[in-house]
Ligand binder design. Sequence first.
Ligand code: BG6
Length: 512
Amino acid sequence: MAEADGGKFDEMDLEAFEPRDAPPCLFVLYGATGDLAARKIGPALYNLAVDGLLPENFAVISVARRPFTHEEHRAEMRKAIEMFSRRPLDEDIWGWLAERWCYEICHAREPAEYDRLNRKLAEYDQQYGTCGGRLIYVAMLPELLGDIIDNVGRAGINQPSCEGGWVRLIVEKPFGDDLKSARKTNDLLSRHFDEQQVYRIDHFLGKETVQNILVLRFANSLFEPHLNARRVESVQISTTETVGMENRRGPYYEKTGALRDMVQNHMLQMLALVTMDQPDCLRCGAIRDAKARLLQQIPALTPEEVARFTARGQYTVGGGKAGYRAEDGVAGDSQTETFAAVRLTIDTDRWRGVPFYLRTGKRLAKKASEIVITFRRAEHELFLAGGCDLRGANRLRIRITPDEGVAVHVDAKVPGVAMRLRPVTMDYSYGGTFESASPEAYEHLVLDAMAGDNTLFIRSDEVEAAWRIVDSIRRVWDKKHDPPIENYEGGSWGPPRAEAIFEDRYTRWLPL
Ligand code: BG6
């Protein structure tokens, strides 16, 4: 039961949102000694075990090139879980998981080693009774993806080891670094897997608050009728971070930059979720269809639009921390942007004329992720005519992180004999409403992939539609250097030009 407005009501048990039982499964983790495995995947598996959501017939087969024994690897994973899990390590639960956690050596570029691995996987399948269910997670550098997928396919690891089994593949971003390479990656994947077997992870889609966008829009009648160009003036989506390269991400980030790292995936996905048309159902591919259609309707930017409606920046020293160019693995004359802001439009009857402003950056003043929809002011001039010209704009504010929640800004009368108005906020925060802590995004997504639900994973057409938009910006940034990259002080709100991408002089980035 949950409580609202002092009353009690039943939580709606939507079957479609119930966690499905994960079937018996061999979880094959490539890149098991890497950063992602330690920080996200290991802790996600552990927390699924805490919640009793892993099947009894389950095993993790970690795969990497370093010569570890099972015991040595388990000790490493234990340390990682102690450090990064959202809940403390419980000896019994860890004991259960550790018993089914094995380690195998395989060099990504050595085809013969995959044949041996495939034989071992068949043995593990027998040992742990996983009935040919196989979830392969590639958590490796993108440069190795091609070799791994080809070798996996050649050795037959992409085939179930017995009748009635299944194989699925989780891949991590980046999904290419432009449209051309994304298509190449999609072709590579499709040589060895059906699209239905491929689970491209975007961890933002595993966040509770991002999924709540669907509920807010389609389970309520309050907002949806107003989400269109007649009612909405503009939309801002911000994902700001305080971290820099943290001594480890420089080499990756140098080749990526803010636009590819955040806008191509997380931010365009959030934009698609707030603007797509209502899908026919929740779990039949309809959400992915609706997102893909929406992304295809965002026009690529012309060079003039890139010059006028985008901004990019790079952080310098600030807040007691080094500047980007002094970070490990970063060139002293790097031109990589650590901040990006863009204005996009959507060419549909529903949204034509509404500007969508997206911004993201590292080493900014605050870590926050928010979507703010600003509605047009009331059409009639009733209050204006009465001499109250203090009308604020109605806003719907979806806080993805931190302090997850939703706020609605409306005007209210200031108590007193005069008719004076003041903007007030109706606020709902997750923390104050629900007692249980949200699972980490990776927990949700790993479980979905085990259960064969790809709704919250990105399909190849979405990836390609997003690259088409991003490429149109990158081309002008890289070839014409327009607009030029600007420095911003670490710990600030980004480069001055970020404020200049609005269509009118009055709009500003809203405080986070
Ligand atoms: C990742 C990016 O996809 O998302 C990182 O590669 C970024 O650069 C991270 O820091 C942000 O995720 P979160 O969940 O911390 O907001």
